[in-house]
Design a protein around this ligand. Sequence first.
Ligand SMILES: *[C@@H]1O[C@H](CO)[C@@H](O)[C@H](O)[C@H]1NC(C)=O
Ligand SMILES: *[C@@H]1O[C@H](CO)[C@@H](O)[C@H](O)[C@H]1NC(C)=O
Ligand SMILES: *[C@@H]1O[C@H](CO)[C@@H](O)[C@H](O)[C@H]1NC(C)=O
Ligand SMILES: *[C@@H]1O[C@H](CO)[C@@H](O)[C@H](O)[C@H]1NC(C)=O
Ligand SMILES: *[C@@H]1O[C@H](CO)[C@@H](O)[C@H](O)[C@H]1NC(C)=O
Ligand SMILES: *[C@@H]1O[C@H](CO)[C@@H](O)[C@H](O)[C@H]1NC(C)=O
Ligand SMILES: *[C@@H]1O[C@H](CO)[C@@H](O)[C@H](O)[C@H]1NC(C)=O
Ligand SMILES: *[C@@H]1O[C@H](CO)[C@@H](O)[C@H](O)[C@H]1NC(C)=O
Length: 416
Amino acid sequence: MSTPHPFLKFVFLLLAVFGSQPHAAAAKKFEVKDGNNKTCIIAELLMNFSVKYETVDQKENLVSFPLPEDAVVDGNSTCGKGSGESSLLVVSFGTGHSVSFSFTRNLSVYNVEKLGAVYNLGDEHHFPDARHNDSVRISSENTGINAQINTTYVCMTAQQIHMGNATVTVSATRIEAYVPGSDYSKEETVCKADKISSTTVGSTTVAPTPPPIPEDPVSGKYNVTDSNGTCLLAQMGLQLNLTYITKDNKTGVEIVNIDANATSSGFCESTSVGLYLKSERTFLWLLFSMNTSTKKSYLSGVSVRVDPFPEAAGGAINITNTSLNYLQATLGKSYKCNSKQILQVSPLLALDVFKAQVQAFTIHNGKFGEAEECLLDQNNMLIPIIVGAALAGLVLIVLIAYLIGRKRSHAGYQTI
Ligand SMILES: *[C@@H]1O[C@H](CO)[C@@H](O)[C@H](O)[C@H]1NC(C)=O
Ligand SMILES: *[C@@H]1O[C@H](CO)[C@@H](O)[C@H](O)[C@H]1NC(C)=O
Ligand SMILES: *[C@@H]1O[C@H](CO)[C@@H](O)[C@H](O)[C@H]1NC(C)=O
Ligand SMILES: *[C@@H]1O[C@H](CO)[C@@H](O)[C@H](O)[C@H]1NC(C)=O
Ligand SMILES: *[C@@H]1O[C@H](CO)[C@@H](O)[C@H](O)[C@H]1NC(C)=O
Ligand SMILES: *[C@@H]1O[C@H](CO)[C@@H](O)[C@H](O)[C@H]1NC(C)=O
Ligand SMILES: *[C@@H]1O[C@H](CO)[C@@H](O)[C@H](O)[C@H]1NC(C)=O
Ligand SMILES: *[C@@H]1O[C@H](CO)[C@@H](O)[C@H](O)[C@H]1NC(C)=O
């Protein structure tokens, strides 16, 4: 779906905006190419900057802002030539801000040797009332981003990188440097924080022959478990309903069932829980959050990547939305819904959920707690109740009519 906008000099750089439609997605794909138009770095990630600075009245102010939509690959990005030379991705945004990833490699591993950032305190929009107006240069050599050569580095979990007066939070990350092909390598290196915790067990009902149009998805059983126990338990069928632009510029719809055998991993944190499902064509990330004031858990984020398919113009489809509020349940209880639910993620993507039971955070003995039935199911149960009540009413009316009729006819006989 991403449409590359190449611009060429000694170094060929490319920025692919996530989604050909401007409203499509929240994250961006950054790409660096060399003089031969060969991709060397691809990166997609959510970033959040948190910066402390001094104000005119000599107070300390803390601001935080995400990597904005206007971020672009900067001309200083390079593809290292020799094996010893580092490759550099520089992303610049706003008025004089940038962030840079400096990659190095050896025979088997590449890593972000240094993460750097430059922020311009003269930018009133991001740093109101700043005492100084100079550019501040910060960096860290402790990024933890490393992966096997010829694999994509994947890390859903938010990683904080501290440097100087700033903290950069990186999440929903897919990065590859020294890319062998033209897109991400299929093989992945999943970061430690997303530690592999389980595989899934498909339910027994597997269709004998694969139908041309996907049927309802087979229900998968998923759990995320760490040393403190299980923090996510789910049983559900998942289906993606994607709207995309076809090669002849029409709108197409692609229904993709998430394989019940999808490899799952995830992470458990105090107020967020992640589940990551990877199958042949798709990558699906579900983020659950906790509302500590209402003591409820809910699905707060969905991130989807679907590999390129022949009918669609552009490359892979990437859609992320981390401001959702679905599948709400009280902590310690499970969310249950037998009816199909359509969770709209973006105008172009719906996540359809079938026969779901989900529980996040507090889970005792690896078992679902008391079920909280969804509204759809409650309404479905209401229909038989209403029909039943109506029938009972009808019977009563007939009975009364009969009794009255009988009384009248008795009375009639007696007068004769
Ligand atoms: C950015 O990080 C700060 C502190 O870590 C947090 O308070 C804020 O909500 C985050 N913002 C976004 C958009 O993630
Ligand atoms: C990576 O892939 C390239 C091209 O397919 C290959 O030449 C190289 O040997 C691979 N390197 C490793 C470490 O697997
Ligand atoms: C997929 O989404 C489109 C547009 O929202 C809708 O018209 C269609 O019925 C959906 N298909 C399925 C199988 O849910
Ligand atoms: C596709 O359609 C849009 C508007 O419908 C138009 O602006 C655009 O130029 C078209 N692109 C191609 C490649 O035909
Ligand atoms: C799931 O995996 C099992 C064993 O690997 C296989 O028999 C089954 O067909 C798979 N199911 C699906 C839906 O791919
Ligand atoms: C928690 O829920 C309350 C009530 O619905 C809402 O006002 C508040 O914004 C929520 N907090 C978060 C962090 O979502
Ligand atoms: C994300 O979801 C929210 C809530 O459904 C919606 O208001 C918002 O437009 C969505 N964002 C994107 C980028 O689709
Ligand atoms: C989690 O999944 C693993 C692998 O399928 C399974 O062995 C384990 O029993 C599951 N744990 C729970 C609590 O369901």
